[in-house]
Design a protein around this ligand. Structure first.
Ligand code: UD1
Length: 326
């Protein structure tokens, strides 16, 4: 049993991490300011862990409410922790283009505070939510960690800076850190409630309502869509993997699906035939994204456990059940 702090634990990915940690018998402290995170996500994580046999999960869970851009909150969040999974962020490319100052505060100021607090608290290892957007547009596919970063949006730049802060803390202070670069994560509990939401959640919501989803541009852009269980597995491996400290590591499925293809597969699963509405391409958008996961295989022993199609089916089922808190 170890002590984990999950920042952003009331969010989509953070709640899945918390759920799995509770399932495995660990002590979990969620730190969240509930700006986009929801108590319902924590309740769902708890319910699932208990349903899977972790009867004492509630006794092992603590919630710290506050903004990590405040150093005192970061200190409360990381006190006594063995591992810190820093997932708290404002995770949207277009939102960062519209309001770079707010996303800078959440994505850089808060990250620096978490690192300082973790260092002072003697935390064993910090895992950071990195992003495929750090690569920007590159002619080379798949994208591997040896390639230079090329941020095209404030969000992408903030993720690069966060990651570099981690590596600096490893070099300067010996704090073990790992940045896991996520590639378009999707799954249950992804909130479709804002125009900034992930495209899969928005498409499913539209199709289930019998409405045509919006495609920005020609729909030929591609993504390595990654089901959330794969990310949970990759992050938890990164806590333990001896050679991972100081590294940035892609976690994805190694696939590449266009938005047009995504829409066709969802229409098939849901059994609808609605026509998409095409809008102008989005500013700051990356054209193609596909990960090499060779480094994750080598350093983490990672291999995707839920393929894209199966992940889509599970996600549609969750939306169909009509239980946004499940
Ligand atoms: C980017 C990052 C990802 C990051 C995420 C945070 C890349 C390659 N990926 O995802 O690592 O975690 O931001 O938000 O940069 N789209 C539509 N219609 C919609 C919504 C989106 O066509 O209603 C399109 C977008 O223009 C984009 C694609 O779908 O081409 C995916 O968009 P989205 O789900 O927002 O994620 P990214 O911006 O790719």
């Amino acid at each position: 049993m170890a002590r984990y702090t999950v920042t952003g634990g009331a969010g989509f990915i953070g709640s899945h991490l918390s759920e799995e940690l509770l399932r495995r018998g660990h002590v979990v402290r969620i730190a969240d300011n509930f700006s986009t995170g929801k108590r319902a996500n924590i309740d769902a994580a708890l319910r699932h862990a208990i349903g899977d046999g972790a009867a004492d999960a509630a006794a092992r869970l603590e919630v710290v409410e506050g903004d990590l851009a405040d150093l005192d909150v970061a200190r409360r969040a990381t006190a006594d922790a063995d591992f810190v999974l820093h997932q708290a962020a404002i995770p949207s490319v277009p939102r960062s283009v519209k309001d770079p100052i707010t996303s800078n505060r959440a994505n850089i100021d808060a990250t620096l505070n978490v690192l300082v607090a973790a260092r002072d608290a003697g935390v064993t290892r910090v895992i950071f939510a990195g992003s495929s957007s750090e690569y920007g547009d590159t002619p080379t596919l798949p994208k591997h960690e040896g390639m230079p970063t090329n941020p095209l949006s404030p969000y992408a730049l903030q993720k690069v800076v966060g990651e570099q802060y981690l590596q600096l803390f490893t070099r300067l202070y010996g704090l073990e850190t790992v940045s896991i670069r996520y590639f378009n994560v999707f799954g249950p509990r992804q909130d479709p409630g804002s125009p900034y939401s992930g495209v899969i959640s928005l498409f499913i919501k539209a199709l289930l309502a019998g409405e045509g989803p919006t495609i920005h541009g020609d729909g030929g852009q591609t993504r390595d869509f990654t089901y959330v269980a794969n990310v949970v597995d990759g992050v938890l491996r990164a806590c333990e993997a001896p050679a991972a400290s100081g590294e940035a590591i892609n976690v994805a499925t190694e696939g590449r699906v266009s938005l047009n293809e995504l829409l066709a597969r969802l229409q098939q699963i849901i059994g609808t035939e609605v026509t998409a509405v095409h809008g102008p391409p989005r500013v700051g958008d990356v054209r193609d994204s596909q990960a090499s996961i060779e480094k994750a295989r080598r350093l983490l022993g990672y291999t995707p456990i839920v393929p894209f199609d199966e992940g889509l089916r599970r996600t549609v089922q969750w939306f169909r059940d009509g239980s946004p808190t499940a």
